[in-house]
Design a protein around this ligand. Structure first.
Ligand code: PA5
Length: 358
């Protein structure tokens, strides 16, 4: 008998809005995103930036963390990601602000966009349309329009890579051409390993989803960029699979969360740990992961997912892509539509009512 995750007909009806198709398209999306940013009419920056701020929420904010990871490894500017209504006081005319909102209508991002104007910061807006585009066009602020019509969390290529390419074009990041070419190749290979048509027996993403089904996943990044990917996995598990998942990172979790495992058996029988790892982890991190595994003991199942690739970008996006597939397979096993985000929509509608009554 076929594994439930190999029942393609049934899975297609469980995914009426085609989230799997959008996920399978991710490598092609990344290619288009790079081309889009390469062809975009690059404005001159009037001043030397000293700080980059990315303002964005949810699926539009996480790309800011990916940009931060690139700058931490290859750039010389600090990158702050703001997921709130307010910009920090340090934002000034030497700040380059990317206001990123797939819909262009997210009120936290619009609020930061306005504050950046008041502070005289250099602004670039990225959206598929919406109020952000209207305001940017009205004010002559550079606006990069990404293709419309898909959930923001499936548009990570459009919402992250253009920022990296623009920073490269402004010479704030080193040349990315080769790294990008290898990353796109790696994503195609990953799709061919984890996509829906690859049978359960050969498909790590399906196997991991099946192992996590009915459990509370604790997603641990083994340090630096894996912390960001763990957060992305959490968001994808929440939004696609409609379930809780929690993310933390080494070494920080060894200074607090590790003690939670003392009471874990009392609290929940169904914890499962997934550690997102990198082959070049330091000996300290490796030791921390190993000792933590012993301390978790039989309180939870333990799984590991390893990044592959030569460059940071390759590893970052490849590990991200695995989580995207796992979250979709989990959605199928949970019997939920991965597309629907009714709770987020309701909150946005309530807040919009509040804004219009003010
Ligand atoms: O994935 C989602 O739909 C959300 O996390 C959105 O990205 C978030 O609500 C922000 O909306 P937008 O991306 O349109 O700015």
């Amino acid at each position: 008998m076929a594994h439930p995750l190999d029942e393609h007909g049934q899975l297609r009806s469980a995914d009426p809005h085609g989230m799997m198709a959008l996920t399978l398209d991710f490598p092609a999306q990344c290619k288009r995103a790079v081309e889009l940013a390469g062809e975009w009419r690059l404005p001159n920056l009037p001043r030397e930036p000293r700080l980059i701020v990315v303002s964005g929420m949810g699926g539009s904010g996480i790309g800011g963390d990916y940009l931060r990871a690139l700058f931490e490894a290859h750039g010389s500017l600090p990158v702050l990601v703001v997921r709130d209504y307010h910009l920090p006081r340090c934002v000034d005319p030497h700040t380059l602000l990317f206001a990123v909102s797939y819909s262009g209508n997210t009120e936290e991002t619009l609020s930061c966009y306005e504050q950046a104007r008041a502070r005289g910061a250099m602004r670039v807006a990225i959206s598929s349309g919406g109020e952000l585009q209207v305001r940017a066009q009205r004010e002559g602020v550079p606006h990069l329009q990404v293709p419309v019509g898909q959930p923001p969390r499936t548009a990570l290529g459009y919402l992250f890579l253009p920022m990296a390419v623009l920073c490269e074009r402004w010479q704030l990041l080193p040349n990315l051409e080769q790294v990008l070419a290898r990353t796109l190749q790696r994503l195609v290979q990953s799709r061919d390993r984890w996509g829906i048509s690859v049978a359960y027996e050969q498909n790590h993403a399906k196997q991991l989803a099946a192992a996590l089904h009915g459990k509370l996943p604790l997603l641990y990044g083994s340090g630096d960029y894996r912390a960001i990917v763990a957060t992305r996995w959490k968001g994808q598990f929440n939004e696609n699979a409609k379930q809780h998942a929690f993310a933390n990172t080494f070494p920080e979790l060894n200074h607090n969360e590790i003690l939670g495992w003392v009471g874990a058996k009392r609290q929940a029988k169904n914890f499962a740990v997934v550690v997102l790892r990198d082959p070049d982890e330091s000996i300290q991190i490796r030791t921390r992961v190993e000792v933590t595994r012993q301390l978790v003991g039989d309180a939870a199942e333990w799984h590991e997912a390893w990044a592959e690739g030569d460059s940071l970008l390759e590893r970052l996006l490849m590990l991200t892509y695995l989580g995207d597939f796992v979250s979709l397979y989990l959605a199928y096993l949970n019997g939920v539509d991965p597309y629907a985000i009714d709770s987020i929509d309701r909150l946005k509608a309530e807040l919009a009512k509040l804004a219009s009554s003010e």
